[in-house]
Ligand binder design. Structure first.
Ligand code: 662
Ligand code: MG
Length: 214
């Protein structure tokens, strides 16, 4: 049977990117998705905004919801300070298997812990399972109708602290209206919209940065 899109992305990475060189993995995926086959990675334009938010924050503890092929995982992990850790949740075993290989090809497996499972099952277990108190940075890029319930779950589980930054992809396209309304109206968040474009296209999209105020 035909290969999957993630499988084709992985083979491009192995063919075009240098082992242990995260930037070449990122460039190989972006080139392929722009010129050969679109895929729902955060991409280069929004990826630069993601890079700037992460490097300004210099987070020690990062959570990513929705790994897919690991593109944003390696974008974040490649600029984390030494000793920092990224936990990324992916509930599709086929995507998880591809992402593990992409992360390994980039040489970033020491900074990344890919956990196979659903966010709603894992968020309540992260503290005791990983010995993590709170996260400094959370990147939301999984099913769009799960951003809001998972954010409320992270609040309830005490995984957010004063100053924790949530960065949400796709707040315009496909859109996350219930999440946007919540973080923009809740007194517990200070929100900011980074206008950009849907990955590899000219359609509008953007990232919403929301600081938890406690
Ligand atoms: C219930 C389980 C919840 N918990 C979960 N726990 C763990 N992992 C989860 C959970 N829910 C989902 N995942 C995983 O995360 C990934 C899912 C990612 C989803 N992303 C989009 O749908 C999107 C669409 C477009 C788009 C824009 C325009 C178009 F025309 C077409 C597409 C663009 C974009 O940038 C997009 O990120 C992965 C596929 C999926 O297995
Ligand atoms: Mg996305």
């Amino acid at each position: 049977t035909r290969s999957s899109r993630p499988q084709r992305l992985l083979s491009v990475v192995k063919k075009r990117a240098a082992h242990g060189d995260p930037q070449s993995v990122i460039s190989a995926i972006d080139y392929f998705c722009r010129h050969n086959e679109w895929a729902m990675n955060v991409g280069d334009e929004k990826g630069c905004i993601l890079d700037s938010v992460v490097s300004e924050l210099n987070p020690e503890r990062v959570l990513e919801l929705g790994t897919y092929c690991g593109y944003s995982t390696i974008r974040i992990a490649r600029i984390l300070p030494p000793g920092a850790r990224l936990i990324t949740l992916e509930f599709n075993p086929d995507y998880a298997a591809i992402a593990r290989q992409v992360i390994a090809w980039a040489g970033l497996e020491d900074k990344v812990q890919l956990v196979e499972g659903a966010s709603e099952d894992w968020i309540p277990r992260i503290k005791e399972h990983f010995g993590i108190e709170t996260f400094d940075f959370v990147f939301l890029d999984h099913w769009k109708d799960r951003y809001l319930p998972d954010t409320k779950l992270m609040e309830e589980c005490g995984l957010l602290r004063k100053g924790t930054v949530l960065l949400a992809d796709n707040v315009i396209c496909p859109g996350v209206p219930d999440y946007l309304q919540y973080v923009r109206s809740s007194p517990s968040y200070e929100s900011y919209y980074f206008k950009s474009h849907l990955e590899y296209t000219q359609a509008e999209d953007g990232l919403e940065k929301s600081v938890f105020l406690g």
